[in-house]
Design a protein around this ligand. Sequence first.
Ligand SMILES: Cc1cc2nc3c(=O)[nH]c(=O)nc-3n(C[C@H](O)[C@H](O)[C@H](O)COP(=O)(O)OP(=O)(O)OC[C@H]3O[C@@H](n4cnc5c(N)ncnc54)[C@H](O)[C@@H]3O)c2cc1C
Length: 336
Amino acid sequence: MKDITIIGAGPAGLFALFYAGMRGATAQIVDALPEVGGQLTALYPEKYIFDVAGYPKILAKDLVRSLREQAAQFNEPTHLGQQVTALREENGHFVLETERDRFPSRAIIIAAGIGAFSPRRLPHAAAQPWYGRGIYDTVTDPQDYRDQRVVIIGGGDSAFDWATQLAGIAAHVCVVHRSDRFRAHGATVALFQANVEAGRASLYTFHELADVIGHEQGERFSHIVLRDVKAKTTCEVEADVVLPMLGFVSDIGPIGEWGLTFEKDEIVVNQVMETGRTGIWAAGDVTTYPGKLKLIACGFGEAATAVNQAVHWIYPEKKVAPGHSSNMAIFGQKDD
Ligand SMILES: Cc1cc2nc3c(=O)[nH]c(=O)nc-3n(C[C@H](O)[C@H](O)[C@H](O)COP(=O)(O)OP(=O)(O)OC[C@H]3O[C@@H](n4cnc5c(N)ncnc54)[C@H](O)[C@@H]3O)c2cc1C
Protein backbone atom coordinates (compact mmCIF):
# COMPACT_ATOMS: atom_id res chain seq x y z
CA MET A 1 0.00 0.00 0.00
CA LYS A 2 1.54 3.31 -1.08
CA ASP A 3 0.44 6.72 0.12
CA ILE A 4 0.26 8.13 -3.40
CA THR A 5 0.05 6.45 -6.81
CA ILE A 6 0.80 8.70 -9.75
CA ILE A 7 -0.66 7.87 -13.16
CA GLY A 8 1.77 9.09 -15.83
CA ALA A 9 5.58 9.42 -15.87
CA GLY A 10 5.77 12.63 -17.90
CA PRO A 11 7.48 15.68 -16.37
CA ALA A 12 4.53 16.42 -14.06
CA GLY A 13 4.33 12.82 -12.80
CA LEU A 14 8.11 12.45 -12.33
CA PHE A 15 8.27 15.69 -10.35
CA ALA A 16 5.29 14.53 -8.26
CA LEU A 17 7.18 11.30 -7.48
CA PHE A 18 10.17 13.30 -6.25
CA TYR A 19 7.96 15.67 -4.30
CA ALA A 20 6.10 12.88 -2.54
CA GLY A 21 9.44 11.48 -1.38
CA MET A 22 10.55 14.90 -0.18
CA ARG A 23 7.35 15.17 1.87
CA GLY A 24 8.02 11.79 3.45
CA ALA A 25 5.19 10.02 1.63
CA THR A 26 5.56 6.63 -0.05
CA ALA A 27 4.70 6.72 -3.75
CA GLN A 28 4.77 4.85 -7.04
CA ILE A 29 4.26 5.77 -10.65
CA VAL A 30 2.52 3.78 -13.41
CA ASP A 31 2.90 4.55 -17.12
CA ALA A 32 1.66 2.92 -20.28
CA LEU A 33 4.85 3.71 -22.22
CA PRO A 34 8.00 1.57 -21.92
CA GLU A 35 10.09 4.59 -20.86
CA VAL A 36 9.60 7.54 -18.53
CA GLY A 37 9.32 11.11 -19.87
CA GLY A 38 5.86 11.26 -21.45
CA GLN A 39 5.71 13.52 -24.52
CA LEU A 40 9.38 14.52 -24.13
CA THR A 41 10.61 10.95 -24.60
CA ALA A 42 7.99 9.80 -27.09
CA LEU A 43 7.72 12.87 -29.32
CA TYR A 44 10.74 15.14 -29.12
CA PRO A 45 13.69 13.65 -27.19
CA GLU A 46 16.27 15.39 -29.39
CA LYS A 47 14.69 18.85 -29.33
CA TYR A 48 15.92 21.66 -27.12
CA ILE A 49 13.52 23.19 -24.60
CA PHE A 50 14.18 26.84 -23.76
CA ASP A 51 11.52 27.67 -21.18
CA VAL A 52 12.24 25.42 -18.21
CA ALA A 53 13.38 27.53 -15.26
CA GLY A 54 17.09 27.30 -14.57
CA TYR A 55 18.08 25.90 -17.97
CA PRO A 56 18.90 28.38 -20.78
CA LYS A 57 18.35 25.37 -23.02
CA ILE A 58 18.11 21.65 -22.42
CA LEU A 59 17.48 18.64 -24.63
CA ALA A 60 14.15 17.04 -23.78
CA LYS A 61 15.87 13.69 -23.10
CA ASP A 62 18.34 15.37 -20.72
CA LEU A 63 15.53 17.04 -18.78
CA VAL A 64 13.89 13.63 -18.43
CA ARG A 65 17.17 12.14 -17.20
CA SER A 66 17.47 14.87 -14.54
CA LEU A 67 13.85 14.42 -13.44
CA ARG A 68 14.39 10.67 -13.17
CA GLU A 69 17.55 11.17 -11.09
CA GLN A 70 15.82 13.66 -8.82
CA ALA A 71 12.92 11.26 -8.21
CA ALA A 72 15.26 8.25 -7.76
CA GLN A 73 16.65 9.71 -4.50
CA PHE A 74 13.73 8.14 -2.66
CA ASN A 75 13.90 4.70 -4.33
CA GLU A 76 10.19 4.53 -5.06
CA PRO A 77 9.07 2.18 -7.86
CA THR A 78 8.24 3.09 -11.44
CA HIS A 79 5.97 0.58 -13.20
CA LEU A 80 6.32 0.96 -16.97
CA GLY A 81 4.53 -0.57 -19.93
CA GLN A 82 1.24 -0.80 -18.00
CA GLN A 83 -1.83 1.21 -18.85
CA VAL A 84 -4.12 1.91 -15.91
CA THR A 85 -7.46 0.50 -16.97
CA ALA A 86 -9.62 0.63 -13.83
CA LEU A 87 -10.05 2.35 -10.49
CA ARG A 88 -11.72 0.65 -7.54
CA GLU A 89 -12.34 1.63 -3.94
CA GLU A 90 -11.81 -1.14 -1.39
CA ASN A 91 -11.88 -0.87 2.42
CA GLY A 92 -11.33 2.89 2.40
CA HIS A 93 -8.47 2.98 -0.10
CA PHE A 94 -8.06 3.04 -3.86
CA VAL A 95 -6.84 0.25 -6.13
CA LEU A 96 -5.62 1.07 -9.63
CA GLU A 97 -5.64 -1.86 -12.02
CA THR A 98 -3.62 -2.58 -15.13
CA GLU A 99 -3.82 -5.65 -17.33
CA ARG A 100 -1.33 -7.51 -15.14
CA ASP A 101 -1.17 -5.76 -11.76
CA ARG A 102 -3.03 -3.97 -8.95
CA PHE A 103 -1.74 -0.89 -7.17
CA PRO A 104 -3.35 -0.15 -3.78
CA SER A 105 -3.01 3.46 -2.70
CA ARG A 106 -4.37 5.98 -0.19
CA ALA A 107 -4.46 8.87 -2.69
CA ILE A 108 -4.08 9.26 -6.44
CA ILE A 109 -2.50 11.94 -8.60
CA ILE A 110 -3.48 11.79 -12.26
CA ALA A 111 -0.65 13.18 -14.42
CA ALA A 112 -1.84 11.46 -17.59
CA GLY A 113 -1.02 14.34 -19.97
CA ILE A 114 -2.96 13.97 -23.19
CA GLY A 115 -3.78 10.38 -22.32
CA ALA A 116 -2.04 7.19 -23.28
CA PHE A 117 -0.85 8.11 -26.75
CA SER A 118 0.61 6.49 -29.81
CA PRO A 119 1.91 7.77 -33.14
CA ARG A 120 -0.66 7.85 -35.96
CA ARG A 121 0.15 4.95 -38.29
CA LEU A 122 0.26 4.97 -42.07
CA PRO A 123 -3.11 3.67 -43.23
CA HIS A 124 -1.70 1.70 -46.20
CA ALA A 125 -1.83 -2.08 -45.96
CA ALA A 126 1.47 -2.24 -47.88
CA ALA A 127 3.23 -0.33 -45.08
CA GLN A 128 2.14 -2.49 -42.13
CA PRO A 129 4.61 -5.42 -42.53
CA TRP A 130 7.54 -2.99 -42.64
CA TYR A 131 6.91 -1.36 -39.26
CA GLY A 132 10.05 -2.01 -37.19
CA ARG A 133 11.93 -3.13 -40.35
CA GLY A 134 12.50 0.21 -42.07
CA ILE A 135 9.35 2.10 -41.11
CA TYR A 136 9.69 3.75 -37.70
CA ASP A 137 7.28 6.16 -36.07
CA THR A 138 9.67 7.59 -33.49
CA VAL A 139 13.25 8.80 -33.90
CA THR A 140 15.36 7.95 -30.87
CA ASP A 141 18.88 8.54 -32.21
CA PRO A 142 19.41 10.47 -35.47
CA GLN A 143 22.74 8.65 -35.90
CA ASP A 144 20.74 5.47 -36.61
CA TYR A 145 20.05 7.00 -40.04
CA ARG A 146 23.63 7.95 -40.93
CA ASP A 147 24.20 7.47 -44.69
CA GLN A 148 20.69 6.10 -45.20
CA ARG A 149 18.11 7.28 -47.73
CA VAL A 150 15.36 8.62 -45.49
CA VAL A 151 11.81 9.45 -46.54
CA ILE A 152 9.76 11.52 -44.09
CA ILE A 153 6.00 11.64 -44.58
CA GLY A 154 4.18 14.67 -43.16
CA GLY A 155 4.06 18.45 -43.25
CA GLY A 156 4.15 19.47 -39.59
CA ASP A 157 6.87 20.60 -37.18
CA SER A 158 8.12 17.09 -36.43
CA ALA A 159 8.47 16.28 -40.15
CA PHE A 160 10.48 19.39 -40.98
CA ASP A 161 12.46 19.47 -37.70
CA TRP A 162 13.69 15.94 -38.29
CA ALA A 163 14.17 16.54 -42.02
CA THR A 164 16.53 19.47 -41.35
CA GLN A 165 18.37 17.60 -38.58
CA LEU A 166 18.81 14.46 -40.66
CA ALA A 167 19.86 16.35 -43.80
CA GLY A 168 23.39 16.61 -42.41
CA ILE A 169 23.52 12.94 -41.35
CA ALA A 170 21.53 10.85 -43.86
CA ALA A 171 22.69 10.16 -47.42
CA HIS A 172 19.52 11.85 -48.65
CA VAL A 173 16.31 13.12 -47.06
CA CYS A 174 13.02 13.28 -48.93
CA VAL A 175 9.89 14.89 -47.50
CA VAL A 176 6.52 13.76 -48.88
CA HIS A 177 3.34 15.72 -48.15
CA ARG A 178 -0.21 15.57 -49.54
CA SER A 179 -0.41 19.34 -50.16
CA ASP A 180 1.88 22.33 -50.56
CA ARG A 181 0.69 23.90 -47.29
CA PHE A 182 2.75 23.01 -44.26
CA ARG A 183 1.85 23.28 -40.57
CA ALA A 184 5.56 23.49 -39.75
CA HIS A 185 7.24 26.74 -38.73
CA GLY A 186 8.14 28.80 -41.84
CA ALA A 187 11.79 29.20 -40.78
CA THR A 188 12.25 25.41 -40.56
CA VAL A 189 10.62 24.89 -43.96
CA ALA A 190 12.98 27.55 -45.41
CA LEU A 191 15.96 25.76 -43.84
CA PHE A 192 14.84 22.50 -45.44
CA GLN A 193 14.34 24.22 -48.81
CA ALA A 194 17.99 25.34 -48.61
CA ASN A 195 18.96 21.67 -48.28
CA VAL A 196 16.83 20.85 -51.34
CA GLU A 197 18.61 23.55 -53.33
CA ALA A 198 21.96 22.18 -52.16
CA GLY A 199 21.00 18.70 -53.48
CA ARG A 200 21.01 17.04 -50.03
CA ALA A 201 17.23 16.67 -49.93
CA SER A 202 14.08 16.59 -52.03
CA LEU A 203 10.47 17.61 -51.49
CA TYR A 204 7.40 15.94 -53.02
CA THR A 205 4.27 18.03 -52.48
CA PHE A 206 0.84 16.69 -53.50
CA HIS A 207 2.21 13.14 -53.12
CA GLU A 208 1.37 10.25 -50.83
CA LEU A 209 2.75 6.77 -50.19
CA ALA A 210 1.27 4.18 -52.54
CA ASP A 211 3.46 1.10 -52.04
CA VAL A 212 6.63 -0.30 -50.50
CA ILE A 213 8.92 -2.45 -52.65
CA GLY A 214 11.06 -4.94 -50.73
CA HIS A 215 14.35 -6.66 -51.43
CA GLU A 216 13.99 -10.17 -52.84
CA GLN A 217 14.95 -11.80 -49.54
CA GLY A 218 12.33 -9.69 -47.82
CA GLU A 219 14.69 -8.29 -45.15
CA ARG A 220 14.45 -4.61 -46.07
CA PHE A 221 12.76 -2.54 -48.75
CA SER A 222 14.68 -0.67 -51.43
CA HIS A 223 12.10 1.64 -52.97
CA ILE A 224 8.77 3.17 -52.19
CA VAL A 225 6.10 4.16 -54.69
CA LEU A 226 4.61 7.65 -54.44
CA ARG A 227 1.30 8.68 -55.96
CA ASP A 228 0.77 12.20 -57.28
CA VAL A 229 -2.65 13.01 -55.79
CA LYS A 230 -3.40 15.60 -58.48
CA ALA A 231 -2.03 14.00 -61.66
CA LYS A 232 -2.87 10.43 -60.43
CA THR A 233 0.53 9.23 -61.65
CA THR A 234 3.08 7.23 -59.66
CA CYS A 235 6.86 7.30 -59.33
CA GLU A 236 9.46 5.22 -57.53
CA VAL A 237 11.83 6.71 -54.92
CA GLU A 238 14.86 4.89 -53.47
CA ALA A 239 14.51 4.54 -49.72
CA ASP A 240 16.09 2.64 -46.80
CA VAL A 241 13.93 4.17 -44.10
CA VAL A 242 10.46 5.73 -43.96
CA LEU A 243 9.58 7.95 -41.01
CA PRO A 244 5.84 8.73 -40.90
CA MET A 245 5.41 12.00 -38.96
CA LEU A 246 1.63 12.13 -39.00
CA GLY A 247 1.03 13.34 -35.47
CA PHE A 248 -0.31 11.07 -32.79
CA VAL A 249 -3.56 9.77 -31.45
CA SER A 250 -4.21 10.01 -27.75
CA ASP A 251 -6.84 8.42 -25.64
CA ILE A 252 -7.72 9.40 -22.10
CA GLY A 253 -9.36 5.98 -22.01
CA PRO A 254 -10.88 4.60 -18.83
CA ILE A 255 -9.97 7.69 -16.75
CA GLY A 256 -12.93 9.30 -18.49
CA GLU A 257 -15.23 6.86 -16.68
CA TRP A 258 -14.13 7.57 -13.11
CA GLY A 259 -16.80 10.18 -12.31
CA LEU A 260 -14.48 13.17 -12.74
CA THR A 261 -15.60 16.37 -14.45
CA PHE A 262 -14.09 16.76 -17.93
CA GLU A 263 -13.92 19.62 -20.41
CA LYS A 264 -12.99 18.00 -23.71
CA ASP A 265 -10.26 15.54 -22.62
CA GLU A 266 -9.11 17.57 -19.63
CA ILE A 267 -9.98 17.10 -15.97
CA VAL A 268 -11.48 20.17 -14.33
CA VAL A 269 -9.54 20.96 -11.14
CA ASN A 270 -9.77 23.77 -8.58
CA GLN A 271 -6.89 26.00 -7.44
CA VAL A 272 -5.43 23.21 -5.29
CA MET A 273 -5.63 20.60 -8.06
CA GLU A 274 -8.56 18.71 -6.53
CA THR A 275 -10.55 16.80 -9.13
CA GLY A 276 -13.90 16.80 -7.33
CA ARG A 277 -13.49 13.19 -6.23
CA THR A 278 -12.09 12.96 -2.69
CA GLY A 279 -8.56 11.58 -2.59
CA ILE A 280 -7.84 12.18 -6.29
CA TRP A 281 -5.76 15.13 -7.49
CA ALA A 282 -4.44 15.92 -10.99
CA ALA A 283 -1.48 17.84 -12.46
CA GLY A 284 0.04 18.72 -15.82
CA ASP A 285 -1.49 18.73 -19.30
CA VAL A 286 -4.44 16.58 -18.22
CA THR A 287 -5.88 19.43 -16.10
CA THR A 288 -7.92 22.47 -16.96
CA TYR A 289 -8.84 25.58 -14.96
CA PRO A 290 -9.17 29.27 -15.84
CA GLY A 291 -5.84 30.49 -17.19
CA LYS A 292 -4.41 26.98 -17.65
CA LEU A 293 -1.17 26.82 -19.67
CA LYS A 294 -0.03 23.46 -21.03
CA LEU A 295 3.63 23.96 -20.23
CA ILE A 296 6.23 21.88 -18.40
CA ALA A 297 6.93 24.77 -16.01
CA CYS A 298 3.26 24.95 -14.99
CA GLY A 299 3.04 21.15 -14.60
CA PHE A 300 5.86 21.26 -12.02
CA GLY A 301 3.99 23.79 -9.89
CA GLU A 302 0.74 21.84 -10.19
CA ALA A 303 2.49 18.62 -9.15
CA ALA A 304 3.91 20.30 -6.02
CA THR A 305 0.47 21.68 -5.12
CA ALA A 306 -1.22 18.30 -5.66
CA VAL A 307 1.34 16.37 -3.59
CA ASN A 308 1.26 18.86 -0.70
CA GLN A 309 -2.54 18.63 -0.61
CA ALA A 310 -2.54 14.83 -0.80
CA VAL A 311 0.08 14.50 1.96
CA HIS A 312 -1.94 16.77 4.29
CA TRP A 313 -5.13 14.81 3.47
CA ILE A 314 -3.50 11.46 4.26
CA TYR A 315 -1.59 12.75 7.30
CA PRO A 316 -3.49 15.75 8.73
CA GLU A 317 -0.64 16.39 11.16
CA LYS A 318 1.61 17.21 8.19
CA LYS A 319 1.12 20.80 7.04
CA VAL A 320 0.19 21.67 3.47
CA ALA A 321 3.11 24.11 3.30
CA PRO A 322 6.23 21.99 2.79
CA GLY A 323 8.80 24.42 4.18
CA HIS A 324 12.03 25.03 2.27
CA SER A 325 13.94 22.11 0.78
CA SER A 326 17.12 24.05 1.52
CA ASN A 327 16.36 23.53 5.20
CA MET A 328 15.08 19.95 5.31
CA ALA A 329 16.53 17.18 7.41
CA ILE A 330 15.76 14.69 4.61
CA PHE A 331 18.49 16.32 2.50
CA GLY A 332 20.87 16.66 5.47
CA GLN A 333 20.82 20.44 5.47
CA LYS A 334 18.65 21.19 8.48
CA ASP A 335 20.30 23.95 10.43
CA ASP A 336 18.46 23.68 13.75
C1 LIG B 1 6.75 18.68 -30.10
C2 LIG B 1 6.44 19.27 -28.74
C3 LIG B 1 7.28 20.26 -28.23
C4 LIG B 1 7.02 20.82 -26.96
N1 LIG B 1 7.84 21.82 -26.50
C5 LIG B 1 7.61 22.35 -25.26
C6 LIG B 1 8.45 23.41 -24.74
O1 LIG B 1 9.39 23.86 -25.41
N2 LIG B 1 8.16 23.88 -23.50
C7 LIG B 1 7.12 23.42 -22.73
O2 LIG B 1 6.93 23.87 -21.60
N3 LIG B 1 6.31 22.42 -23.21
C8 LIG B 1 6.52 21.90 -24.45
N4 LIG B 1 5.69 20.92 -24.93
C9 LIG B 1 4.56 20.49 -24.09
C10 LIG B 1 5.06 19.54 -22.98
O3 LIG B 1 5.73 18.42 -23.56
C11 LIG B 1 3.86 19.10 -22.15
O4 LIG B 1 3.29 20.24 -21.54
C12 LIG B 1 4.32 18.09 -21.08
O5 LIG B 1 4.86 16.93 -21.65
C13 LIG B 1 3.14 17.71 -20.18
O6 LIG B 1 3.62 16.87 -19.19
P1 LIG B 1 2.67 15.86 -18.41
O7 LIG B 1 3.55 15.16 -17.42
O8 LIG B 1 1.48 16.59 -17.92
O9 LIG B 1 2.12 14.83 -19.50
P2 LIG B 1 2.81 13.93 -20.63
O10 LIG B 1 4.18 14.38 -20.96
O11 LIG B 1 1.82 13.85 -21.73
O12 LIG B 1 2.93 12.50 -19.91
C14 LIG B 1 1.76 11.81 -19.55
C15 LIG B 1 2.10 10.35 -19.36
O13 LIG B 1 0.92 9.69 -18.85
C16 LIG B 1 0.85 8.40 -19.42
N5 LIG B 1 -0.54 7.90 -19.35
C17 LIG B 1 -1.65 8.49 -19.81
N6 LIG B 1 -2.74 7.75 -19.53
C18 LIG B 1 -2.28 6.64 -18.86
C19 LIG B 1 -2.92 5.50 -18.31
N7 LIG B 1 -4.24 5.30 -18.36
N8 LIG B 1 -2.12 4.56 -17.71
C20 LIG B 1 -0.78 4.72 -17.64
N9 LIG B 1 -0.12 5.79 -18.15
C21 LIG B 1 -0.87 6.75 -18.75
C22 LIG B 1 1.33 8.60 -20.86
O14 LIG B 1 1.80 7.37 -21.41
C23 LIG B 1 2.45 9.64 -20.67
O15 LIG B 1 3.72 9.03 -20.52
C24 LIG B 1 5.92 20.37 -26.19
C25 LIG B 1 5.09 19.35 -26.70
C26 LIG B 1 5.34 18.81 -27.96
C27 LIG B 1 4.43 17.73 -28.50
